[in-house]
Design a protein around this ligand. Structure first.
Ligand SMILES: [Zn+2]
Length: 264
């Protein structure tokens, strides 16, 4: 039987637990993992258009104050953006329906830059994931995994970033990304929240079956593509917020991705 004193202790404990969980942003370094959208923003080679910003107003008004506004247009999949599960999974979540806890979560960074230097078509393997876990601990369910290939330093040079710049042709692309077995391990066994990468696709450049996209979509795991600044993050211990435009019924969209690194 609980005594009043015992109950008070429980109440006091939960109050201090809440205090301890208060998010104090001054205790974090914030890193932007997003490329700016502009006329050089890269889209898939078969995309009919890119990012467009048209000026509607810019300058002094008759009333004497300054006023500016623009209209923008863009395909969903270009620049730093989110792939919603419906992108490769009929009947799966549209971008407005992706649960926020898949997009705001602890994150890990798996670094394969040493391997991509030797092989531009390198694919993350299950062995790479296991080696990461031996060094940093098992990847917990609900984690956002970000794969660092080093490719963001090539942005926005189309030829070196995508491996080919032939207009309207996506058959000669070369860049690294996730391998199928590693994707299965992360998505189906580790049950990660989302997978991100600093290249144009969660499938590697030469892919013709987009199997990583299909595995992710089937499990309602969103993808985050064209990330940058992953070199500024530690392997573990960070939080990532990746909140896309809430396009109702959309298959993806531009996303501002930020990481919070605890200051010690
Ligand atoms: Zn996409």
């Amino acid at each position: 039987m609980k005594t009043i004193a015992g109950l008070c202790a429980v109440v006091a404990l939960s109050a201090s637990a809440v205090d301890a969980q208060t998010l104090d942003l001054r205790r974090y370094q914030i890193v932007d993992l997003t490329h700016a959208l502009n006329s050089k923003t890269l889209y898939w080679p078969t995309s009919p258009t890119g990012f467009k910003l048209d000026s509607l107003s810019y300058g002094p008004t008759p009333g004497g104050w300054f006023y500016s506004s623009f209209a923008f247009s863009a395909p969903e999949h270009g620049g730093t953006h989110l792939d919603a599960p419906i992108h490769f999974g009929e009947g799966h979540m549209t971008v407005d329906r992706v649960p926020l806890d898949r997009l705001m979560a602890p994150a890990v960074v798996i670094d394969v830059t040493a391997k991509t230097k030797a092989d531009q078509d390198y694919r993350l393997t299950s062995d790479d994931v296991h080696a990461f876990e031996r060094a940093h601990g098992k990847i917990a369910p609900g984690t956002i995994v970000m794969l660092r290939t080093g490719w963001s330093s090539r942005w926005p040079d189309k030829k070196t970033y995508l491996g080919d710049d032939t207009p309207n042709d996506a058959t000669k692309l070369h860049f690294p990304s996730y391998g199928v077995e590693a994707a299965r391990l992360l998505i189906q066994e580790r049950r990660v929240a989302a997978i991100g990468v600093d290249v144009a696709s969660i499938d590697y450049g030469p892919s013709t079956d987009f199997m990583v996209h299909r595995i992710a979509a089937a499990a309602d795991v969103p993808g985050i593509e064209n990330l940058t600044n992953l070199n500024q993050l530690p392997a573990t211990g960070v939080y990532v917020f990746a909140l896309p435009m809430k396009i109702e019924g959309g298959s993806g969209g531009p996303v501002r991705v930020v990481a919070l690194i605890p200051k010690h």
